[in-house]
Design a protein around this ligand. Structure first.
Ligand code: SF4
Ligand code: SF4
Length: 431
């Protein structure tokens, strides 16, 4: 459990940027305002810009987070995100103060999004449908969040006097969950995401680094206690220890960031998750109340989610997605974060979900994409066909795979086809 007492460093830092007036109030040097009033005004402004939470922290990380990051990299848990281990970026990540010359304060903000409107059980058993992570049901948050942060930063200039500032949304080497925790915005749960007592973890983080001196808030207290629901539910065992997620096993990483052939043993564990994974958030007790409140407001039209969740991303039809061509994919996901996985990545994931469905009606769809231009799609379709084979269809699947394998020029896709052909031969005595 983290201490809630300010450290000596924090106290010294705090007094270097403030003074105490005749009434013993802590005053801001920049504005001459009482610190409490100033922070109240900053928070009001944050809310005006659509951020439900706003806190302040110093531009230094707790040693615990720095060591945790190093241990994670030493164990190669970053998978093929090699840029995370690259020395210059790593040092920046460890030292937020290196991201802006003379940075004095970091303002952390949270922008909520609509939680899933289905239970985990309903999602996993949705016949013929895939599951998309809730944050990706609507528009891409990066652009909107950045725009809002910049507008908020411009207002801070008016409030605090012109300062150097930088805004960050997920893309820069910034340990945002650690900063959120240090600022008291929420604590980092055992699944490594930030949790707020009332809002759960259904929100996105952003930061403003500023050269303005603002009194820091107290760090958050961890309320995970003895709970281990997220660790127990994780389909792939990716939460290898409390507060440690091995990206190599995490479905969010595999379905969004990873652009290669997914290891066979992980494919079977992915179920019908086709873009991201919310399982660890959905079982978190801090989310059940938060989800009910938000969904009730949503039903009463009192919840205005700026990311505009779209119906078509609510448990979408797998067959429709598999038949998207390049144009169709671009049009459908033009403003969506799903474009990040590209058509090849998303349809690869759809093939896996079909293979895991046990629904042999998908065999025709999968045979169609054995001739797709993308090797990832051809290869994963071959695997899925093996999974859906039965005594009725194995012969046809075998013929189609043999035909395609003779024309296959890519070695990995060819391997996938040959592995499935061998599997059919051994299981059904097929020649
Ligand atoms: S996102 Fe899914 S796979 Fe990743 S840690 Fe959470 S439950 Fe596990
Ligand atoms: S499920 Fe439990 S252990 Fe995991 S983040 Fe939530 S409270 Fe913490």
């Amino acid at each position: 459990m983290m201490s809630t007492l300010p450290t000596v460093g924090t106290i010294l830092y705090l007094y270097s940027m403030c003074y105490v007036d005749a009434t013993s109030q802590l005053m801001c040097q920049c504005t001459g305002m009482a610190m409490d009033d100033l922070k109240g005004k900053i928070r009001e402004k944050a809310i005006e810009h659509g951020f439900k939470l706003c806190r302040i922290t110093a531009p230094q990380l707790d040693k615990r987070h720095i060591q945790g990051l190093q241990n994670w990299l030493d164990a190669d848990m970053q998978a093929d995100m090699n840029w995370m281990a690259e020395e210059v970026r790593l040092q920046r990540r460890k030292q937020p103060e290196s991201m802006l010359s003379d940075v004095q304060s970091i303002i952390t903000v949270a922008m909520p999004y609509t939680p899933p409107a289905y239970s985990l059980d309903e999602a996993c058993h949705a016949e013929g449908q895939g599951v998309i992570s809730a944050y990706a049901h609507g528009d891409d948050y990066h652009d909107l969040m950045k725009k809002r942060l910049k507008a908020f930063a411009a207002d801070l200039d008016l409030m605090l006097g012109k300062r150097d500032q930088r805004v960050f949304v997920d893309t820069a080497p910034v340990l945002e969950h650690a900063l959120a925790e240090a600022s008291g915005l929420g604590w980092q749960g055992k699944h490594t995401l930030t949790i707020h007592r009332d809002m759960g973890s259904w929100f996105l983080l952003g930061e403003i680094f500023t050269t303005a001196n603002i009194e820091v808030d107290e760090a958050a207290i961890n309320h995970c206690g003895s709970c281990s629901a997220c660790i127990n539910i994780c389909p792939t065992g990716a939460i290898v220890a409390p507060y440690v997620v091995d990206a190599r096993l995490c479905i969010s990483y595999l379905t969004i960031e990873y652009d290669g052939f997914i290891p066979h043993h992980l494919r079977t564990l992915m179920g019908n998750r086709i873009y991201g994974c919310d399982d660890c958030q959905m079982v978190c007790p801090w989310n059940s109340h938060a989800s009910q409140v938000t969904l009730r407001l949503h039903d009463q039209n009192e919840w205005n989610d700026p990311l505009k969740p779209r119906g078509e991303n609510h448990l979408p039809d797998l067959a429709s997605l598999l038949h998207l061509d390049d144009d169709g994919f671009r049009k459908l996901f033009r403003k969506s974060p799903i474009k990040r996985s590209k058509r090849a990545g998303l349809l690869r994931n759809v093939c896996i979900a079909m293979g895991n469905s046990g629904n042999t009606l998908f065999v025709d769809d999968l045979i169609t994409v054995l001739a797709d231009d993308e090797i990832l799609i051809r290869g994963h379709a071959a695997w899925a066909l093996g999974r859906l084979s039965d005594t009725e269809n194995y012969h046809r699947i075998g013929i189609e795979l043999s035909y395609c394998s003779q024309r296959e020029e890519d070695s990995e896709a060819l391997d996938e086809m040959n592995v499935t052909i061998e599997y059919l031969r051994s299981k059904y005595d097929y020649t």
